[in-house]
Design a protein around this ligand. Structure first.
Ligand SMILES: [Zn+2]
Length: 270
């Protein structure tokens, strides 16, 4: 299937257009459109796989429901749109990467059946064959995944985000001599903010908890840090290490924020 897709993208298939270029007499007309429509056109790769009636309906019915951007300008762009679609779900990624080759394979089969056996292409049958193949190979790849042979189930898989849980070891690092370390954290539950800090020179110097009233987690983080810094400065500590789990606070302190974002914070003097 992949090889057929590669041949289609690089125009290496024996279409009527290619046979005509080789000097072989062909009868004008494709093998995918109804007689009253566009079947007086020379059969090209883009027509068979992308712009013809059968291909358009197959891509449309599958692509639109799966949320992938659809274009009929050329097969190459159409497939690139699929391959550039990435989700957080590895099963969905696999399906999205595999489907274009399966769709091309089934469209080509339908075209050949019409050309050599006079069997009219059926969108329903093509979609059923595509579904059967994608379910089989997905089951083989993800053995433990529960995949049912229905487009509704495929849609469900593509709509599902899989979140992986990772574990990171957090270790407290002792600050250098003559330094204090300010471990900072803040929390906000239902708009009530709390902040707590602790300072150490080898040993615990001070730990506190303050209630900050209504606000957000970021305000709690900043208020706790500001309170802790004032405590250190007021007691003559000039070498201060700050440790926080707030990325926003870290970027603010390191002046590594987006210039469009301005953070203002006011804390009453006490
Ligand atoms: Zn056609």
């Amino acid at each position: 299937m992949t090889f057929l897709t590669w041949r289609a993208i690089y125009n290496r298939l024996p279409t009527d257009e290619k046979l005509a270029k080789l000097g072989i007499n062909i009868i004008l007309g494709c093998h995918c459109c109804a007689a009253s429509n566009e079947n007086n056109n020379l059969e090209t790769v883009n027509h068979i796989f992308c712009q013809g009636e059968h291909a358009r309906r197959v891509w449309c019915e599958i692509t639109c429901t799966l949320g992938v951007r659809l274009t009929h300008s050329s097969l190459k762009i159409l497939i690139l749109n699929w391959w550039n679609t990435v989700t957080k779900n590895p099963i969905a990624n696999f399906i999205i990467q595999a489907l274009p080759s399966i769709i091309c394979w089934e469209i080509w089969k339908a075209r050949c059946s019409n050309k050599f056996d006079a069997i009219n292409p059926s969108v329903y049958k093509t979609k059923a064959n595509i579904l059967f193949t994608i379910v089989q190979i997905t089951k083989k790849k993800f053995g433990k995944a529960n995949i049912v042979e229905s487009w509704r189930n495929i849609h469900y898989i593509l709509d599902t985000e899989i979140h992986y849980r990772t574990t990171t070891i957090v270790k407290w690092i002792k600050p250098p001599n003559m330094s204090v370390k300010l471990n900072n954290d803040g929390s906000c539950i239902q708009d009530r903010c709390d902040g707590d800090d602790q300072k150490l020179i080898g040993n615990l110097l001070f730990a506190y908890y303050i209630n900050l009233g209504p606000g957000t987690s970021n305000i709690a983080e900043m208020a706790a840090l500001l309170y802790g810094l004032k405590w250190c400065v007021n007691r003559g500590f000039s070498k201060i290490w700050i440790e926080t789990d707030s990325m926003l606070l870290t970027r603010c302190i390191e002046r590594d924020w987006d210039e469009r974002l301005v953070i203002q914070f006011k804390m009453p003097e006490n």
